[in-house]
Design a protein around this ligand. Structure first.
Ligand SMILES: Nc1ncnc2c1ncn2[C@@H]1O[C@H](COP(=O)(O)OP(=O)(O)OP(=O)(O)O)[C@@H](O)[C@H]1O
Ligand SMILES: [Mg+2]
Length: 496
């Protein structure tokens, strides 16, 4: 018999009048992977925070491993066996792997006498348990994102976690790293650990989850066995309406070549010999595995890493972007991948964040046109469905996915000549996703040349006119829309 690890009933939480949770209920059994899904702003992270003790719910019943919780705190929930892993790993980058793992199980003794050998052995044992080939002596900050995630899981194991919470763990993982994580999750399941699994990648749920609970507007809509619910029904429950077409790609008449890269290379970025053209109105998808050099390639074009060989032509004229400033002056826009870090200014209001890059459009002879700013910000936040009571609230009050929408709308608004999007819909819910695809098509119709990096093959296949597949820092092949398939892209990306 499975034991009930977590029981939450009618959890409520308001922030300054905003009801983040109205009535969230959830149950987790030992050895169960229970998915929690819902649109951006539905309340998933808020619910998780109530369980980890990061916030205090206003009301409701919370029971962890049979203990009724009246006053929660991070230390208390940890002592009951709760551990959480967030999309952005939360390790101490300057400390070694072994030290980070020790922080999970050593109590207070961190500044006392330390048995280094034992610490290292314990770290190795825990890493071995999850099949992670990572040295206990490595500096945490030097590890890749997926490796850091594994260290966090090892730390949770070391802390004897019974309840493991994974908040969008695969959002920026490659297929291979995702499969590896799933293997670790299955092992933990067999050990009786219960896991709450948050993801916007609905297609992965049948592979990994036992049950799924849908949150909408802070309320639990229902819980089902994963085998009894398909993707369409999940979406219907999440958005409460039928969703229009998934990839609304329209045929756009293409114009002249806008961007041309000739043998482009950057030693610093680790990319070489890149040849590619993008026409006005064209969307070129960039596919490849993590580490293939896709983001690095974008950084070289945008001047974040200097290109030291080859040439960039913009409308036939050779340009040099040694700094993002140059790229912006050349009307090239870049939406970086790591938007939670670089995409938004948390303390500024939503409206200013949206219009930040478009100040040129907005400033006239008499200074900034605030009415116009408000109007544009309102239009874009409405179209992307940013969930907020007011566009004058600061971005820090938004959910993760809604912050991403704000970062994205800023660049969509600049009407650039070339738009480079790095994982534009990562962490974004299904409804907003198709709206972002719509906006991309609109920009293409206005003659913008678009480069879209995406790890989601259905998105690459659905939205691109041509697909450049990268491997080992260069483009190995450019496929036409009608010849590209999931299988041939993957084969090229793997170097077959
Ligand atoms: N500190 C805060 N102040 C004000 N409002 C907040 C705060 N934190 C969250 N909210 C609001 O609570 C609601 C739920 O947010 P939450 O982060 O739980 O959503 P989520 O389901 O995790 O979404 P996502 O998929 O985008 O991560 C949102 O409307 C959000 O704007
Ligand atoms: Mg969230």
């Amino acid at each position: 018999m499975s034991e009930i690890l977590l029981k939450a009933e009618n959890i409520q939480k308001s922030y300054a009048g905003v009801k983040a949770l109205k009535s969230a209920s959830f149950e987790l059994l030992s050895g169960e992977v229970h998915a929690l899904i819902g649109e951006n702003g539905a309340g998933k992270s808020t619910f998780i925070k109530s369980v980890t003790g990061a916030i205090q719910p206003d009301s409701g019943i919370l029971e962890v491993c049979g203990n009724k919780i009246t006053e929660n705190s991070p230390t208390f929930s940890k002592s009951l066996g709760v551990a959480a892993i967030y999309q952005q790993p939360a390790l101490f980058p300057e400390l070694s792997v072994a030290e980070n793992i020790a922080l999970g199980y050593e109590k207070g003794g961190f500044f006392g006498r330390v048995n280094w050998k034992k610490r290292r052995e314990k770290a190795k044992e825990l890493l071995d348990q999850i099949g992670a080939k990572i040295s206990p002596d490595a500096e945490a900050g030097s590890l890749s994102m997926p490796q850091q995630q594994l260290v966090e899981i090892a730390r949770a194991l070391g802390a004897n976690a019974k309840i493991l919470i994974l908040d969008e763990p695969t959002a920026s993982l490659s297929e291979e790293d995702t499969n590896n994580l799933f293997r670790v999750i299955r092992d933990l399941k067999a050990k009786g650990v219960g896991m709450i699994y948050i993801s916007h990648r609905l297609e992965e749920l049948p592979q990994i989850a036992d049950r799924v609970t849908v949150l909408r507007d802070g309320e639990t809509i229902g819980t089902k066995e994963v085998k009894d619910i398909d993707r369409d029904e999940m979406i219907r429950l999440m958005v409460g309406r039928e969703l229009s077409q998934i990839f609304p790609k329209r045929d756009v008449r293409q114009g002249e070549i806008v961007l041309e890269l000739k043998n482009l290379g950057s030693k610093k970025a680790g990319v070489k010999n890149i040849n590619l053209t993008v026409r006005a109105g064209e969307i070129v998808g960039i596919a490849g595995l993590v580490g293939a050099g896709r983001t690095e390639f974008a950084r070289a074009i945008f001047g974040l890493d200097e290109a030291d060989s080859g040439e960039v032509l913009l409308n036939g004229i050779s340009i040099k972007n040694s700094h993002p400033r140059d790229a912006i002056r050349n009307n090239i826009a870049y939406l970086p991948e790591d938007r939670r870090k670089h995409g938004v200014i948390l303390d500024l209001p939503i409206a200013s964040n949206v219009t930040l890059a478009s100040l040129k459009i907005l400033s006239g002879r008499f200074g900034l046109n605030f009415a116009k700013e408000k109007e544009l910000a309102a239009e874009y936040t409405r179209r992307l469905g940013v969930k907020t009571p007011s566009i004058h609230d600061s971005v820090s009050t938004l959910s993760g996915g809604n912050q991403q929408k704000v970062a994205l709308s800023r660049w969509l608004l600049t009407k650039p000549t070339v738009l480079i999007l790095d994982e534009p819909t990562q962490g974004i819910d299904v409804g907003a996703k198709s709206e972002i695809h719509n906006l991309m098509t609109e920009l293409a119709e206005q003659g913008v040349a678009i480069l879209m990096i995406s790890s989601e093959l259905p998105e690459v296949l659905g939205m691109s006119d041509r697909i450049a597949v990268m491997q080992g820092g260069t483009i190995v092949k450019i496929l036409d829309r009608n010849e590209a398939t999931q299988a041939n892209i993957l084969a090229l990306a793997l170097g077959h």
